[in-house]
Design a protein around this ligand. Sequence first.
Ligand code: ATP
Ligand code: MG
Length: 484
Amino acid sequence: MGAGVVSADFAARPLPDRLCCVAPRRGWYYTQSFLSHKPLPVSGPEAKPIEAAIIPRSDHRISRANISDNALKVLYRLKNAGFEAYLVGGGVRDLSLGREPKDFDVATDAHPEEVKALFRNCRLIGRRFRLAHVHFGPEIIEVATFRALHDPSADEAPEGDAAAVAFEDGRIVRDNVYGTLEEDAFRRDFSVNALYYNIADFSIVDHVDGMADLERGLIRLIGDPGVRYREDPVRMLRAVRFAVKLGFRLEEETARPLPEMAPLLEQVPPARLFDEVLKLLLGGMGLETFEMLRHHGLFAVLFPQTEASLDRDEHGTALAFISRALDNTDRRIAEGKPVTPAFIFAALLWPVVREQMGELMDDEARSPNVAVQEAGREVHEAQLQRVTLPKRFGVPMREIWNLQPRLERRNRRALRLLSHPRFRAAYDFLLLRAEVHEVEQEAADWWTEAQRGEEGDGQPQSGDQAPPRRRRRRGRRSKSDTSG
Ligand code: ATP
Ligand code: MG
């Protein structure tokens, strides 16, 4: 998904009354004098502007053969209609590194309505950040109009009915003033994300020294990190995501403010954080990302209960459990197997559930079955304050937890669980718990064996704790059922 999709989520949030608004007239852009009055910060508060570099086709790696046909169609149609058209963002960054981009984003001087007029298959989305989505079956090419720079300290009265740019405590809540490519480059997040591939001559336009950072393997926030993180705290998470994904380092000024500014993430709508957490932890490098998020104090804001639990975790069981779950998920992704947010959230919050369960059992004499349900409900509710978890994942997450004490029991009655829709996930969860010695390995083996019995190729077992072969799961009374 492109930035716009994220931005659009953000846009869906109603604007509160208490806003500091800057509403330049339509067509009004920050002028050169504004820019020279306030030098464009390239790296940190004292940095000086640099000359834009134009890298000709002969000096870079981007070839049209690696750009999707649909992205090329969009670029050419814009160009042929007399507009500027560039590939930008992850497409340019990843192709320059010889990687396959996740999606292709386009930047242009055409306004959203002008883009819409050019493409029948185009929809305008987003309020905070108006964008055009050009649909080609499952592929969406996101087309963004160049945005102008803005100054949160300026205090102009709104001119029209709605403010085009709005801030709330330094956070951008609307951003619809159009500008030039140069202005657009400085409002992007990281230098390696602000490179523009020009379809007119196949050159790359670099205003922010992004090519050098690609070579150095550096994630560097454009501008003053204090201002840029405040404008959009999600940039802190994106910094970590890109560093891990590309194997890059975080530049010093980009990394330093993270622990101190991390609490700004509390102001981000939980639904947007859910999208971001999925990209972070289900992107194939979840374990490394988790470690880096913790290192920079960001994980604690996303999962405060878990962080507190990890702090109390004397024997390292909780950390080992979460790390294994994430590693497992990374491996499944590498093998092309399906993964679900329900499992990963279940794992991340399990140390908290387990602690609270223990207290309920010790202090309130609750049975394990009741304790797990009560603890699960509380932990789940508290987590929703920070990061949304849609019901379709929240319900199975709780089921995975609720099945744990029942799986530990391993008796004939428990065998009914084999047909539970969440059995497989709960069993995988139990295996992880056994790996960190939270339950006996025998419990996990018992269920492994029980499933073999279920498939009909298990060996007959003896003894109390042996899983007997199941006869039949469903339709036992149905005479017509001969499938077994
Ligand atoms: P990928 O698609 O591989 O996750 P990407 O860099 O393309 O990486 P997108 O979320 O698709 O990321 O965003 C496209 C581009 O939009 C980014 O490269 C960046 O230039 C800009 N962008 C996205 N989000 C932000 C943001 N929060 N602040 C500033 N610029 C952003
Ligand atoms: Mg992208």
